[in-house]
Design a protein around this ligand. Structure first.
Ligand code: QZP
Length: 419
């Protein structure tokens, strides 16, 4: 692909000189994709990284990176060369002890990966979602009903967080008290994927009470019958997994299941409030809710980056990456690659192929929570169309965190819909 792309024409200051230890034949960048400044506005840097070449060396962290759609896609689809069992953060599990026992799905390779995955796939199947759907719709309508009483609201706290928090913990079967640990726990888990910087150190320094609560709730006796957590444990009765494995798989639900949907729905609110034309399109045809969600995931990429580790020397478009190297995947850059998307920097809620974005990863590790995420987003947007003239009532404020890029606050105004 992209023989037309100019690889030498890198003029930016972020593409640095070649410090000692730089691998030969690879463009170098000194950007830090784990800094707060990067998260304020990653898009210009994404453009530079894609333009620099198919593979870039990030000198700050001593890692290879790919930012073009094709290469990110290819890496995701080659688990044998680009493994997950050495961790999908910067820390290499072959060299450093992970901060928590590795996930049985995220941080494993086939064949171990596949057995655990089969269990979660069944627990999170489309059939199970059908059962959850009526409750989700009622909860979304109730949430938006509360907002209608007001002139402005915080699109993040009052909707992007409040709605998933009103349905997800119940769906899992968690007890009512202590749920406030869920988002902070996941916040730490995502920051822990980054380098050993201030954000990561501060996150890990505060994690103990969140770990204690989450670990406790993963136990079979603490999960309500009929919920997703109980369904994971039921798989240990058939011998599909051992009971300790079930406990750890519930932890995956609790780590991956809430911060992601909160920031996904937050991304949708971010886009729809800022692009009135797109909001109008959705309001005129609320069956676009699902497509609108895909497009806002593509445009905003709440999950910015993930790593793989090479298991052998591998050539990527003429660049040799040695064995045992961390490779950073810029999902957010791939999702706006002009070689892949028409007018990538525009939000179009009816973009026909928006769902080809890489926010759910790809290949053997492709997200298993897609049905649950899409269901929540669809019913949230479906309920939100009850509001007229959604518009920003203040500047969006980005959260100070890594890996997940999302808003901390975004005040929204609207008019109640006139019948
Ligand atoms: C987080 C786990 C890769 C993330 C976007 C989502 C994620 C998936 C799984 C786990 C954590 O298994 O703990």
């Amino acid at each position: 692909m992209n023989s037309s792309r100019s690889e030498a024409a890198v003029t930016s200051s972020s593409v640095a000189t070649r410090p000692p230890g730089t691998p030969a034949g690879v463009p170098v960048s000194d950007v830090d994709p784990f800094s707060i400044e990067f998260f304020e506005d990653p898009h210009r840097i994404h453009d530079e990284l894609r333009e620099a070449g198919p593979v870039v060396w990030l000198s700050r962290h001593g890692i290879f990176a790919v930012a073009r759609y094709q290469e990110v896609y290819d890496v995701l689809h080659d688990w044998q060369t680009f493994c997950s069992s050495r961790g999908v953060g910067l820390s290499d599990f072959a060299k450093e002890k992970p901060w928590r026992p590795p996930s049985l799905v995220l941080e494993t390779d086939p064949p171990e990966h596949d057995r655990a995955r089969a269990v979660l796939n069944r627990v999170l199947s489309a059939t199970v979602m059908k059962e959850l759907r009526p409750r989700m719709i009622a909860a979304a309508d109730a949430k938006v009903g509360e907002l209608i009483e007001r002139r402005t609201f915080d699109g993040i706290a009052d909707l992007a967080q409040a709605f998933p928090m009103s349905v997800f913990p119940d769906a899992v079967g968690l007890r009512a008290d202590g749920r406030e640990h869920l988002l902070p726990y996941a916040g730490v888990a995502f920051n822990a994927f980054g380098p050993d910087n201030d954000l990561r150190r501060r996150a890990l320094a505060s994690v103990a009470p969140h770990v204690a609560w989450v670990t406790e709730q993963c136990q079979r006796e603490n999960l309500a019958p009929g919920g997703l957590g109980a369904a994971v444990h039921a798989a240990s009765d058939t011998g599909a997994i051992r009971s300790e494995e079930a406990t750890l798989l519930v932890r995956s639900l609790l780590t991956a299941g809430i911060d992601t949907t909160v920031n996904g729905i937050g991304a949708a609110i971010y886009c729809l409030a800022r692009f009135p034309e797109q909001w109008r399109k959705l309001r005129q045809d609320s069956t676009l809710a699902r497509a609108a969600f895909e497009e806002t995931l593509r445009y905003a990429s709440p999950v910015q980056t993930f790593f793989r580790t090479t298991t052998r020397p591998v050539e990527v478009e003429g660049v040799t990456i040695p064995a045992g190297q961390k490779v950073l995947l810029f999902l957010g850059a791939a999702n706006r690659d002009p070689e892949r998307w028409d007018d990538p920097d525009e939000v179009r809620v009816d973009r026909p192929d928006a769902d080809r974005h890489l926010q759910f990863g790809g290949g053997v590790h492709h997200c298993m929570g897609t049905h649950l995420a899409r269901l929540q987003a669809e019913v949230a947007l479906g309920a939100l169309v009850a509001l007229d003239d959604l518009a920003p009532a203040g500047e969006p404020v980005w959260s100070e965190r890594m890996v997940i890029r999302g808003l901390q606050r975004f005040d929204i105004t609207f008019r109640p819909r006139t019948p």
